[in-house]
Design a protein around this ligand. Structure first.
Ligand SMILES: Cc1cc2nc3c(=O)[nH]c(=O)nc-3n(C[C@H](O)[C@H](O)[C@H](O)COP(=O)(O)OP(=O)(O)OC[C@H]3O[C@@H](n4cnc5c(N)ncnc54)[C@H](O)[C@@H]3O)c2cc1C
Length: 511
């Protein structure tokens, strides 16, 4: 062995170890890291983030719509069945998943782990609003089906312009008479600043022994060792130095950046996955006079060919204690997987194993392509016209354009068609449970807690079933989503507690 070889090795940083490494400091990693520390306080946990702060990509407040998705207003969660009836299964699943999020946040507040809910969660009523006889009929039927379920028993319905105008004055002002309209309203909807939530979770995590968050550290490679551990190569401080971390378990919580890292991991379960990035834009208004006249999140129908995540909505947002209005999203096409990503992200993600699914999706989704081209070519005037469907008296000078985050939709293999495009989220896990990645973006941050609980169940099956972990989970979640979906009495009890702790008292109808 040569002396220079020894010196080289001495200059190389030693490989550090952790039980769990989480890639990305967004709401997903923050949620999982805090949950895992609750279950196993001794675990050595590290989050590594390429940017210089937390929640700077999709979890940043203005990069997403901040809707606490509980299926109280999103029409795409309740499709029509072939016989004309309304399917509410997905809505119930999302609603009860959001109840799990609320229980987790309530528990952390009660423990003093995070500060008051007002820093990240605000009560904002959720409304659905439709125009035209066909959509009115759909909304009426949807209301009848949903309000019969305990999850949605508080939903109200109206076809009266006066009532809808009382609920949301801007929707009705200047609207021409005659067109049938209808709306539903649930007072206990929420607006969530997922960025503020992430920062609170990470502050708490940093206060726990054996946990740390490291910034300006970009994961460049992931390799499984013969022992089954993962060796993670990091590029630190924009290439100034490198670092090696060894971990028993890795979570790829890299948002839009998850797909390339999953591909780097080489796990067979990653085969066939590809990503289709869709960028977003909002119109934003901070004029206090207008803002004071709208206190709701109002969702409507997506236009023909539009993907479900492009459903237009006019929202109250509460960020850093200040209210604003947001309208959108307007979609755009880009080849970047992250807002801070590279135009090469999409081309570099093409592999022999995902080429066929990608080509099949391109062939089968012409209406989506047409929709995106239409969106990209939209002028500022056309955007205001779209807003006027909601707020007929909207003036261009009151609104400005904001760039939202990136959503990388999932493309995966399909036995029949070769490939399919999905708009939900999907957990991809290694067979031995040593690595998990989260792909996709909807319903996203709202259901982070349920998704991370699923991950824990899949990747740590024995410990998840153990008495110790079940007891700890029972202290956080007095009832799980499945139980809440079946048991209205239990749901009411759980909501009584979480709404008290989270300060989600019902809002008055008029502002
Ligand atoms: C336009 C839009 C609207 C949305 N609206 C809503 C909504 O109303 N309600 C809702 O619940 N959800 C919504 N979502 C979804 C929600 O924002 C996301 O599901 C959620 O923020 C994802 O969190 P994350 O932690 O997975 O990803 P992110 O918050 O994107 O965090 C991933 C992090 O990983 C880091 N990273 C990536 N690659 C690497 C690497 N190689 N090394 C180190 N770090 C890396 C990134 O820098 C980033 O900080 C919306 C999303 C978008 C884009």
């Amino acid at each position: 062995m040569s002396v220079s070889g020894d010196i080289e090795r001495m200059n190389q940083p030693a490989t550090e170890t952790a039980d769990v490494v989480l890639i990305g400091a967004g709401v997903m990693s923050a949620t999982l890291a805090v949950l895992l520390k609750e279950l196993d306080p001794e675990a050595k946990v590290e989050i590594v983030e390429q940017l210089d702060g937390a929640a700077s990509e999709s979890s940043f407040a203005w990069n997403n719509a901040g809707t606490g998705h509980a299926a109280l207003c999103e029409l795409n969660y309740t499709p029509r069945n072939k016989d004309g009836s309304i399917s509410i299964e997905k809505a119930v699943r999302i609603n009860t998943s959001f109840e799990e999020s609320k229980q987790f946040w309530s528990y952390l507040i009660e423990q003093g782990a995070i500060e008051s809910a007002r820093r990240f969660l605000n009560p904002v009523p959720h409304m659905s609003f439709v125009r035209g006889a066909k959509d009115v009929e759909f909304l009426r039927k949807r209301f009848e089906t949903m309000s019969a379920h305990p999850c949605f028993a508080d939903m109200r319905y109206s076809e009266s312009p006066e009532q809808i105008g009382e609920w949301a004055p801007l929707l009705m002002r200047g609207r021409k008479d005659g067109e049938p309209i209808a709306a539903t309203r649930v007072d206990q909807g929420t607006d969530v600043d997922f960025g503020a939530l992430t920062r609170q979770l990470l502050r708490h995590l940093g206060s726990l022994g054996g946990a740390r968050v490291s910034y300006k550290q970009r994961v460049v490679s992931l390799e499984r060792e013969a022992s089954g551990d993962w060796l993670i190569e990091l590029d630190v401080d924009h290439g100034k130095r490198s670092r090696q971390l060894r971990a028993r378990f890795v979570f790829v919580g890299a948002g839009g950046g998850a797909l390339p890292l999953l591909q780097k991991s080489g796990i067979p379960e990653a085969q066939g996955y590809a990503g289709f990035p869709v960028s977003g834009q909002w119109l934003r208004c901070d004029d206090p006079q207008l803002v004071a006249q709208h206190k709701a999140k109002v969702y409507s129908q997506a236009s023909v060919g539009a993907p479900p995540m492009s459903v237009p909505h006019l929202d109250t947002r509460v960020v850093d204690g200040r209210s604003s209005l947001l309208f959108g999203p307007f979609a755009g096409f880009t080849t970047k997987f992250l807002k801070t990503g590279s135009p090469l992200d999409l081309p570099l993600s093409v592999r022999p194993d995902n080429l066929r699914p990608m080509l099949s999706v391109a062939r089968d989704n012409f209406s989506l392509v047409k929709y995106l081209v239409g969106q990209v070519l939209q002028t500022p005037k056309q955007r205001i016209e779209a807003l006027r469907d909601f707020f007929p008296e909207a003036r261009e000078e009151d609104w400005r354009l904001e760039i939202a985050g990136q959503r990388v939709q999932i493309i995966k293999r399909d036995a029949k068609r070769g490939g399919k495009l999905e708009f939900g989220t999907e957990l991809v896990t290694a067979a031995d449970g040593s690595l998990a990645a989260l792909l996709g973006a909807s319903p996203g941050a709202s259901t982070a807690v349920s998704t991370m609980l699923q991950l824990i169940e899949r990747c740590f099956p024995e410990r998840y079933q153990s008495e110790a972990w079940q007891a700890r989970l029972g202290a956080i979640f007095t009832a799980r989503a499945g139980q809440l979906a079946q048991d209205g009495k239990r749901l009411a009890e759980v909501r009584e507690r979480t709404h008290r702790v989270l300060e989600l008292a019902p809002q008055p109808a008029q502002v």
